[in-house]
Design a protein around this ligand. Structure first.
Ligand code: TYM
Length: 331
C-alpha cells in the first residue's frame, strides 16, 4: 500500500486555504492509503513563537484536524517533535544539502525579505527538515497546496541524492498529490491578491462564527463591475469566483458568471451567496472544534497513539539509513 505524508505548521487556526489545499485531500486519502498527518511544530520555530503559545497552537491544529474528519483509526496523526528520529534524518540529509540550492528557494527568499532581522539557519534548511518529514516514512505521495510545490521538489531532490550516493533505490521519490489530477490548488485570499493566509482581512478560518464570515466576505475586495460583455476578470474578481467554485454548486457559479458576462452582476449579491455557502461548509466543522479542543483525554490518547506509530515507522527507516551510511555500533 502506498504511503502518504503531510503536515501543517501550528501557527494559529486553520483557514479555508489549509482545508482545500491540504486537509480535504487528507480525508480522502486516509480511506485507501497508509497515511501520516502531522503537526509541524519544529517548523513553526523559524518565526520564534512565544513558549506559551506553542502548545496551544499544536492543540488547536490537532482538534481542527479531528473536527475536519481526519480519523485516528484510519490515519496516523502525530506531533512532529514527538518523533526525534526526524531530527536525526534532518541532520544526515543536511550534510548533502548545499548552500546555493537552499538560498535559491523562493520560500527562503520570501521569508528573508519578510523578517530581515531573523534570517536563521532553520529558515535556510527548512526544505531539508521537510524532506526528512516526508521520506522518513518512505512516502510516495504528499498532498499539499501549490505554495509547497518547490519545497516538495527539494524533497524529491534530496531523496534521489541519497539513493544515488548509497547506490540503492532506498527512498521512494515522493510525488505531490493532485486531487482529481487537477493540479495543486491555490485558494485565493479576500484582499484581492495572492493566496489565502493568516493575515488580517485575507483569510476565513474554520473557527469563524457566521457573522464574522459574512462581514469578511462582504468586505472582500471587488471593483465597480464590468463594462464590456465577456471581459476578462481582474484578479480580485477572479478570486471571488475561484472561492465560489470551491464552496458553491456549479449552478450558482454559472449564474453569477452569466451575470458577469452580461455586465449585470451585483457583487453585493454574489458576496451574500458566497458567504452563505462558506457558512454552510464551515458551521458543522466549527461546532465540533470546541468539543474536541476541550477533551484533553481524547487529544492525549490520539497524540500518544500517533506518536507511537510514527516513531515505529521512523525508527525502522533510520536503522537502515545508519547502516547504508556506514555506521556500526560497537556494542
Ligand atoms: P503550511 O502550514 O503553511 O500550510 C499547510 C498546508 O496548507 C496549504 N495551504 C494552502 N493551499 C492552498 N491555498 C492556500 N491559500 C493555502 N495556504 C496553505 C499548504 O500548501 C500546506 O499543504 N511546509 C509546510 C508544512 C510541512 C509539510 C511537511 C507539508 C512541514 N513538513 C511535510 C508536507 C510534508 C507548511 O508550512 O505548510
Amino acid at each position: 500500500m502506498e504511503t502518504v505524508v503531510s503536515g501543517i505548521r501550528p501557527t494559529g487556526n486553520l483557514h479555508l486555504g489549509n482545508y482545500f489545499g491540504a486537509v480535504r485531500n487528507f480525508i480522502k486519502m486516509q480511506e485507501t492509503y497508509n497515511c501520516y498527518f502531522f503537526i509541524a511544530d519544529w517548523h513553526s520555530l523559524t518565526t520564534h513563537p512565544k513558549p506559551g503559545s506553542i502548545h496551544q497552537n499544536v492543540r488547536t491544529v490537532l482538534a481542527e484536524y479531528l473536527a475536519c474528519g481526519i480519523d485516528p483509526e484510519k490515519a496516523t496523526i502525530f506531533v512532529q517533535s514527538d518523533v526525534k528520529e526526524i531530527s536525526e534524518l534532518y541532520l544526515l540529509l543536511a550534510m548533502n544539502a548545499y548552500l546555493g540550492e537552499l538560498e535559491r528557494t523562493t520560500s527562503f527568499k520570501d521569508k528573508a525579505r519578510q523578517q530581515p532581522n531573523n534570517v536563521n539557519a532553520g529558515l535556510l534548511t527548512y526544505p531539508v527538515l521537510m524532506a526528512a518529514d516526508i521520506i522518513i516514512h518512505k512516502a510516495n505521495k504528499v498532498p499539499v497546496g501549490k505554495d509547497q510545490e518547490q519545497n516538495l521538489e527539494m524533497a524529491r531532490k534530496f531523496a534521489k541524492r541519497f539513493n544515488n550516493m548509497y547506490g540503492e533505490e532506498f527512498f521512494p521519490i515522493p510525488e505531490p498529490f493532485t486531487f482529481d489530477q487537477s493540479g495543486l490548488v491555490k485558494v485565493p485570499g479576500l484582499d484581492g491578491s495572492g493566496k489565502m493566509g493568516k493575515s488580517e482581512g485575507n483569510g476565513i478560518f474554520l473557527c469563524d462564527e457566521d457573522k464574522v464570515i459574512r462581514k469578511k466576505v462582504m468586505k472582500a475586495v471587488s471593483d465597480s463591475g464590468p463594462t464590456v460583455p465577456n471581459q476578462e476578470k481582474p484578479e480580485a474578481i477572479q478570486n471571488l469566483f475561484t472561492l465560489m467554485n470551491i464552496v458553491s454548486t456549479p449552478d450558482t457559479v454559472e449564474h453569477f458568471n452569466g451575470l458577469y458576462n452580461t455586465c449585470e452582476i451585483r457583487y453585493g449579491d454574489m458576496k451574500k451567496q458566497l458567504a452563505e455557502d462558506i457558512i454552510g461548509f464551515i458551521a458543522p466543522i466549527r461546532e465540533k472544534i470546541n468539543d474536541i479542543y476541550n477533551d484533553t483525554d481524547y487529544l492525549a490518547r490520539v497524540a500518544k497513539a500517533g506518536a507511537d506509530k510514527a516513531r515505529e515507522s521512523a525508527a525502522k527507516t533510520l536503522e537502515d539509513v545508519r547502516k547504508l551510511i556506514g555506521f556500526k555500533s560497537f556494542y
